[in-house]
Design a protein around this ligand. Structure first.
Ligand code: SAH
Length: 242
């Protein structure tokens, strides 16, 4: 790809950072809102960190986050990508997808705004339903405005409806015991694990094939080990602290 001219470049400031239960890319849902039990916080930075910048925002139930795909930005981009929704074997133009590998590594997500906290001169937004990696840099925050942002009867090509994966998730007795141990520290951990695994986080090409692997995902500081016990049934084997 040709390099842009200086007049075609801009620089932006990071205005906030995300604190998320998702500490690695594997198992992050493919869009926001799919895992409501995922809760995170946004910490405002520098000049933006004042109560003034968010005055009135509490009146909105949802907000837009514009952010940098910092975990993948160094991998660059290609004009054609393979969306997981199409099984990972059909190519589409990058601008026709929500791929993370874009000409500018900018993502956008609507998340639920659960509240705004002020603590020791630090403004924090409590959010849920996020699909963001821990430490994600935010470049803008805007209120979600349903009358204009939600379009009835809009056409959405290959992504018309939310993914149909809805795996059954159960916990081995030993995993249940592990969870009880962490109940106070993380009361909603089992709900979060269930919602995350119900999406089947495995790569698209693994679907509908026999799979004897044991997988690990990281949520908060927990290592969750699980496997498939039948076509659409995932079992959690162990929950332990890292
Ligand atoms: N809602 C956003 C993101 C969709 S892609 C948009 O449409 O622009 C969702 C994927 O982004 C997740 O599965 C996760 O793996 C990836 N992701 C989230 N935060 C990221 C980050 N900071 N860096 C790289 N990838 C990230």
């Amino acid at each position: 790809m040709q390099n842009p001219q200086p007049s075609e470049q801009i620089s932006l400031n990071i205005i906030a950072k995300v604190n998320s239960p998702y500490k690695e890319k594997f198992a992050i849902p493919r869009q926001p809102g799919l895992v409501s039990a995922a809760k995170g916080t946004i910490t405002l930075l520098n000049d933006v960190n004042t109560a003034d910048t968010v005055r009135g925002l509490e009146q909105f139930s949802h907000i837009w986050l514009l952010f940098i795909f910092h975990g993948t930005q160094e991998q660059g981009w290609k004009a054609l990508v393979r969306p997981p929704r199409l099984g990972g074997n059909k190519k589409l133009g990058v601008l026709a997808t929500r791929s993370t590998f874009r000409p500018n590594p900018i993502g956008m997500s609507v998340v639920k705004l659960d509240g705004i906290g002020y603590d020791n001169n630090q403004v924090c937004l409590n959010i849920s339903g996020l699909d963001l990696l821990d430490g994600t840099p935010i470049i803008d925050i805007k209120p979600y405005v349903p009358y204009s942002d939600s379009i009835e009867h809009a056409q959405a090509g290959f992504a018309q409806t939310s993914p149909q994966d809805n795996y059954m998730v159960s916990f081995k007795e030993s995993a249940e015991r592990n969870l009880q141990q962490y109940q106070q520290q993380q009361p909603e951990l089992s709900k979060l694990i269930t919602q995350v695994l119900a999406q089947d986080p495995r790569p698209a090409y693994k679907k509908n094939k026999e799979d004897k692997n044991i997988y690990g995902i990281r949520l908060y500081d927990f290592n969750i080990r699980w496997h498939l016990i039948s076509a659409c049934h995932i079992e959690v084997i162990e929950v332990s602290l890292y």
